[in-house]
Design a protein around this ligand. Structure first.
Ligand code: GBH
Length: 495
């Protein structure tokens, strides 16, 4: 540093000390009020998202509801798993979680304050069919009835997910859960029942949240684990994969049969996102090929009605057993495709081999958010929907989840200044804006999550929320990122 620079630097520090640095900090995030004026300073510089873009937030039943023994709810594989010693990092469970079952009205007001237009939540199968099949619990849908009424009274459009991993324990005990064809069949019955009862108010239904995550991490040999935490052989795992996508297809058909006319349905899949490492025509093509192959057991079979040759060749003798009719069901036409996008799973370059693509290894110090899988790569939010539209000609896309885990720390007044979450969101949304500006048909975006919640095997300690949750008092406090998101929504643009 030059002497003059050092002097200036010193003078600045002295001034801060004189003022008292805390006097320079904002009092609370609510001070960052959304812009009221129609003529915005940056409106020329940053073009907006399409008119009517559906800004939303997302949650799931087991992660927020609590009330696990109320109103006749049956046990799910997650109750069992979370109560198994050693499974959850901080030894927590979601028996109470966010107590959303009783505080949903307050939570709808949090959404209203953000200005969101839509909300993605999930319905707990074991509340509706406590044993998975058979007679529905008469009180099973009452909570969702109340929630829907509250959302609609506040002009927030409900998007319901039918399966966010909380399989009725009885189905696991009876026949190994998704190992059996009876589970996709039971899922379709449940889907049809919900469609019949709720599609007067819910117009968009997601079948299954992330087949790929709950199958690979729940039944496969992976270091990250989800319930039921089995480590099956490749042969059995392939059959589970097949049953999961079959469950999706059967549910699509059941919802068409039992829902009101105009009900729209599709998956909410954890797409394996492939990004060209360097944007050349060859690498772009390679990333498209990789996207189709690496989603072979999930989105590709759902959207094409066949397993790719490479998928079957790789599975070899362990390939799933299925019929031609199964493939028709799995690829039952959907109205939209939802994708959860957190990270680029792979950076891709072209290759002259039979595959036509090669995966670039991640360097050991590649930046992560606060989850060991959450690699930061904002371009994922451009390439995931862009490839989805390009490869399969999908006409209606929702980003059903995107967000960041942070080891948030509230200050003395309980406020969280999560600049790192804002950094993540701002960068990702910039790439989403590139997609919509180029005409990629993304209709909405559901930020994960409205509030901190039970983060599966990571427990309550790892936080994804726009609102800090104090699990002792159940107090919700907006983080700085809540003000950021409110501003994004108000201006329909990246801010
Ligand atoms: C979502 O999972 C869930 O839907 C949601 O419930 C959860 O709270 C949220 O994200 C945050 O975790 O092969 O390296 O990607 C998506 C994240 C996808 C994380 C699969 C683990 C496997 C490791 N999961 N991923 S990797």
């Amino acid at each position: 540093m030059s002497p003059s620079h050092t002097r200036r630097h010193f003078a600045k520090l002295a001034a801060q000390a004189a003022l008292g640095i805390s006097a320079l900090l904002i009092e609370n995030p609510a001070q960052a009020r959304p812009t009221k004026s129609k003529r915005l300073p940056s409106s020329k510089a940053s073009p907006g998202f399409p008119k009517g873009f559906l800004w939303g937030t997302a949650t799931s039943a087991y992660q927020i509801e609590g009330a696990v023994k109320e109103d006749g709810r049956g046990q799910s594989i997650w109750d069992t798993y979370a109560h198994t010693p050693g499974k959850i990092k901080d030894n927590s469970n979601a028996d109470r979680a966010n107590d959303h079952y009783h505080r949903y009205k307050e939570d709808v007001q949090l959404m209203k304050a953000l200005g969101v237009k839509s909300y993605r939540f999930s319905i707990a199968w074991p509340r509706v069919f406590p044993q998975g099949t058979g007679t529905p619990n008469p009180k099973g849908l009452d909570f969702y009835d109340r929630l829907l009424d509250e959302l609609l009274a506040n002009s927030i459009e409900p998007f319901a997910t039918l399966y966010h991993w909380d399989l009725p324990q009885e189905l696991q005990d009876r026949h190994g859960g998704w190992e059996s064809r009876d589970t996709p069949k039971a899922f379709a019955d449940y889907a049809g029942y919900v469609a019949q009862r709720l599609t007067d108010r819910v117009k968009h239904i997601f079948t299954i949240n992330e087949c790929s995550a709950f199958v690979e991490l729940g039944y496969g040999n992976n270091s990250i684990e989800l319930a039921p935490g089995l480590k099956l052989s490749q042969r059995r795992l392939n059959q589970v994969r097949h049953h999961a996508v079959l469950g999706h297809g059967l549910a699509v058909q059941a919802i068409r049969a039992s829902g009101r006319a105009g009900t729209k349905v599709g998956p909410a899949e954890n797409i394996t996102t492939c990004v060209p490492a360097i944007e050349t025509p060859e690498n772009i093509r390679a990333a498209e090929i990789a996207t189709r192959e690496l989603n072979g057991g999930y989105l590709t079979v759902m959207l094409e009605g066949k397993y790719t040759d490479a998928f079957l060749a790789y599975a070899g003798a362990d390939a799933p057993k299925y019929t031609a009719e199964d493939l028709k069901v799995i690829s039952a036409p959907v109205d939209f495709v939802g994708i959860n996008v957190y990270s680029p799973q792979h950076y891709v370059v072209s290759a002259d081999d039979t595959h036509g693509f090669a995966l670039v290894p991640f360097p050991p110090s590649y930046p992560l958010m606060n989850s060991n899988w959450l690699k930061v790569g904002p371009e994922a939010l451009y390439w995931a929907p862009r490839n989805l539209a390009k490869i399969w000609n999908v006409k209606e896309i929702y980003i059903t989840e995107n967000g960041a885990s942070i080891a948030d720390v509230p200050d003395a007044k309980g406020i969280v200044y999560d600049l790192d979450r804002i950094m993540y969101l701002r960068n990702y949304l910039t790439h989403l804006l590139r997609a919509t500006s180029e005409g990629v048909p993304v209709r909405g975006y559901f930020l994960w999550s409205l509030m901190d919640n039970f983060e599966w095997s990571d427990g309550l300690a790892n936080r994804f929320g726009l609102h800090w949750v104090d699990y002792d008092t159940q107090r919700r406090t907006p983080k700085l990122s809540a003000s950021f998101y409110r501003e994004v929504i108000a201006r329909n643009s990246v801010v």
